[in-house]
Design a protein around this ligand. Structure first.
Ligand SMILES: [Mn+2]
Length: 426
């Protein structure tokens, strides 16, 4: 039985750790005999693209959801041509037990002939009327009972039972599918890296099979089957992955060392973040040798590439590296930008808070936060929208002013922001 490769993925709105841990862990899995493919939930950011380009690594395939698609269960039987006669249709019907007859014209899917229309036409032909009718003329409602091959199978359930025709995104005929078709036995196997929070997982995971997770965040996952988990309270998922290479005696090639190193430098902001542990630093130094780069020089170049927000709109800035969190039945979003110098961005606090308010309203969040973090000063200005002045004050012990609060020695969302906010929301 041929098994599909395992998908390895980081979280939605992927950062460098999410993409690099997926690439590296998929490589390790494959070396260990389980074919795995890195995927990601969206396009890489500038920092990650710098790392991918520097080490000549391909951008992973973007997967928007895990819903099982019609393309996986489509029956690829030939359609009837629009010019076909009643006799041709009758011969086709003899071969295929399909209630609605798919009809094509110049390769494009025209629609289907419904059973009642066909029966009426057959009777008319029998009594010598209308025997010149073509298949194309019997398609009463062109485009009706036709779905695209990217339609999730569960969307077919509401439709009239029987068969519908399937076309690709360009309208070309692909085959037919039963609206009550069973889900394929083999589910897409998925491993999560760098996340396990339900709101951060690619949609449709319930139609896939979660088989493992490698992460350095709080555990919030619950599963109905036992899965493989590897959690460690270190600064970066790639620190864990790099050590899995060492534990399993798998050699780390240069480009993978570059990916692992980039993620550690990114997540720990070159060891400045309070989430950084001695293990992160030691692992990064070891990886820099294999990757053949000067650690500090490379870190500065990569962080600088990521810190360039000059071409972003306010709407884009407040969505940078944005994650959702829930507590006490309320959901909040927390975005983060890390800059060499925060002054220019903070000049536009008003516009940023307005963009945060739009983001908050659109998604029904209790509040939307933006961490404007200074890499060099190692501090954060926390901007927000929402009626949460009290929560912010309770969380950080400081009175906010005009929807923002300055937090010295603060760089880590996970360690210095999320736990205090979620606690204050209770
Ligand atoms: Mn991470």
């Amino acid at each position: 039985m041929s098994k599909k490769p395992i998908f390895v993925t980081g979280h939605k709105n992927p950062d460098t750790d999410s993409i690099c841990s997926a690439i590296s862990y998929a490589y390790l899995k494959t070396q260990m005999g389980d074919e795995a493919l890195p995927i990601c939930a969206g396009k890489a950011n500038k920092e990650t693209n710098f790392a991918l380009d520097y080490f000549g690594v391909e951008h992973p395939m973007v997967v928007n959801d895990f819903y099982v698609k019609v393309s996986e269960v489509v029956e690829k039987i030939p359609a009837v041509d629009a010019a076909a006669t009643m006799k041709d249709i009758a011969l086709w019907k003899q071969e295929h037990a399909v209630n609605r007859v798919p009809v094509v014209k110049d390769g494009k899917c025209l629609g289907v002939i419904c059973p009642q229309t066909l029966a009426d036409a057959a009777l008319a032909t029998l009594i010598g009327k209308e025997n010149a009718l073509t298949a194309g003329e019997l398609v009463k409602h062109p485009g009706h009972h036709v779905v695209t091959d990217t339609t999730p199978i569960h969307d077919l359930r509401g439709q009239h039972c029987g068969y519908v025709a399937v076309m690709d995104k360009d309208g070309a005929y692909v085959g037919v599918v039963r609206t009550n078709v069973e889900m394929p036995k083999e589910k897409q196997r998925v491993i999560l890296t760098d996340h396990n929070e339900a709101t951060q997982i690619i949609d449709g995971i319930e139609e896939a099979e979660l088989i493992g997770t490698v992460d350095h965040h709080r555990i919030s996952l619950s599963t109905d089957k036992p899965i493989f988990i590897h959690f460690e309270p270190v600064g970066c998922t790639c620190t864990i992955v790099a050590n899995m290479f060492r534990d399993n005696n798998v050699e780390i090639p240069k480009h993978i060392a570059g990916m692992l190193l980039s993620a550690i430098l990114s997540d720990t902001v070159e060891f400045r973040s309070p989430t950084c542990t001695p293990k992160d630093k030691e692992t990064a130094e070891y990886l820099a040798k294999i990757a053949g780069v000067d650690l500090h020089e490379y870190a500065m170049a990569m962080l600088k590439a990521g810190a360039d927000v000059s071409d972003l709109t306010f709407e884009e800035i407040v969505r940078t590296d944005c994650k959702e969190f829930s507590s006490n039945n309320e959901t909040i979003s927390i975005a983060q930008i890390s800059l060499m110098d925060t002054e220019d961005v903070l000049k536009h606090k008003k516009e940023l808070v307005a963009a945060l308010e739009a983001l908050r309203k659109d998604n029904g969040y209790q509040a939307s936060y933006l961490m404007v973090t200074s890499i060099l000063a190692e501090s954060t200005d926390l901007l927000y929208a929402g009626d949460v002045d009290g929560i912010v004050e309770k969380a950080f012990g400081k009175k906010p002013e005009d929807k923002s609060v300055f937090l010295a020695n603060t760089m880590s969302r996970k360690k210095q922001i999320v736990p205090f906010l979620l606690d204050a929301m209770k």
